[in-house]
Design a protein around this ligand. Structure first.
Ligand code: TXA
Ligand code: MG
Length: 332
């Protein structure tokens, strides 16, 4: 059931007391703490199992508050905030003194966004301060897009879960560095490069053009327990057959262009033709493969245009080499 006014007030109290609240946003669910409480911020890292050097995003109630959290608001940031907030865009700026270094992983920059979800916005206004929140999953695994995903993944690690239904965007925010003259995309997400270009008047630079790095973007991220293998779209059906013969419990994301093919796997998902629908459902599909115990997931990359860039980015990372070296080992 969607969070009530009482739930929101309770969540605000939990934040004030130094607790952790899972909150819905339009992208994914976040694991939130009072951004100005270093001890509460520290608990986020513990619960996620995330290295403390990986910075968090500070969520605020409106663009008008941006100046409270950063050293200065450059013109580019003003323009982008005006165009895309509330929405799936995160801006990286120079850190204001109000932001503890615990929240920025020791960096002198801070990532800020205004989420576009009524429950998140109601919580931000009831609480009154900034809420620092990474995605509400354990480090490296698939981000949650429902309150159930959060409860299953974090259990008692979170003091209160606000339910806001299924996330409408489904992939994380686009992170844009606006500390330099030219804006650059550090992580593709819900706002596309084309959307940004339309507002900036020039194409945003690639991540490699920015001196700012996005700590924590490991090759293996957003990964389900089953091993993800990416193949050419036209090879998906044949690969599934081979993997089944080899005895795998196979999950498959059937590319939209091959929706009519007969595919015989343990868990078959036909990918929606629209990128918006695909992005919205992607993490739900990956969670479903885990729930049905698939040890091998076969997929292909979408065309890398518009939201296809963010979808392809997440699929590549889901398929990335894992630190354990054991591709099918379930992680904590
Ligand atoms: O849509 C989203 O962005 C979601 C929702 C909950 O808002 N949050 C999210 O948080 O994806 P997280 O922690 O899973 O990813 C945040 C990314 C990390 O890769 C982090 O390294 C990067 O943002 N980041 C945070 N602060 C940064 C900074 N000052 N400079 C560069 N990258 C930063
Ligand atoms: Mg995350």
């Amino acid at each position: 059931m969607t969070a009530t006014k009482d739930d929101i007030e309770k969540a605000a109290r939990v934040l004030r007391a130094g607790g952790l609240v899972a909150l819905p946003t339009e992208t994914v669910y976040g694991l939130g703490a009072n951004a100005e409480d270093p001890a509460a911020v520290g608990r986020i890292f513990e619960v996620k199992g995330r290295p403390p050097s990986h910075p968090l995003i500070v969520h605020i109630a409106s663009a008008a508050q941006l100046g409270d959290w950063v050293e200065e608001v450059p013109q580019t940031a003003r323009v982008l905030a005006e165009a895309f907030w509330p929405g799936p865009l995160t801006l990286v700026l120079r850190r204001g003194r109000r932001v503890p270094l615990e929240a920025t992983g020791g960096l002198e920059t801070v990532a800020v966004r205004v989420p576009d979800h009524p429950v998140a916005l109601a919580l931000l206004s009831a609480f009154g301060g900034g809420i620092t929140a990474p995605s509400a999953n354990r480090f490296g695994s698939v981000s949650p897009t429902t309150a159930d995903h959060v409860r299953r993944e974090l259990g008692d690690g979170v003091d209160f879960v606000l339910n806001g239904g299924s996330c409408q965007v489904g992939v994380e925010s686009t992170i844009v560095d606006v500390t330099a003259d030219v804006a650059s995309i550090l992580r593709p997400g819900g706002v596309t490069a084309e959307d940004l270009e339309a507002v900036l008047g020039y194409p945003p630079a690639e991540p490699s053009a920015s001196p700012v790095r996005v700590p924590g973007q490991h090759p293996s991220h957003y990964a389900p327990r089953g091993r993800v293998v990416l193949v050419e779209p036209e090879k998906v059906v044949a690969e599934v057959e081979l993997a089944q013969e080899l005895g795998h419990r196979v999950g498959v994301l059937v590319p939209a262009a091959f929706a009519d093919a007969t595919v015989n796997a343990h868990t078959v998902v036909a990918v929606p033709a629209s990128f918006a629908a695909y992005a919205r459902e992607l993490y739900g599909y990956l969670h479903a493969f885990d729930e049905s115990g698939c040890d091998l997931i076969i997929a292909s990359l979408p065309v890398e245009e518009g939201l296809g860039v963010a979808i392809a980015n997440r699929l590549r990372r889901a398929a990335g080499p894992r630190p354990s070296g054991n591709l099918t080992a379930p992680r904590a």
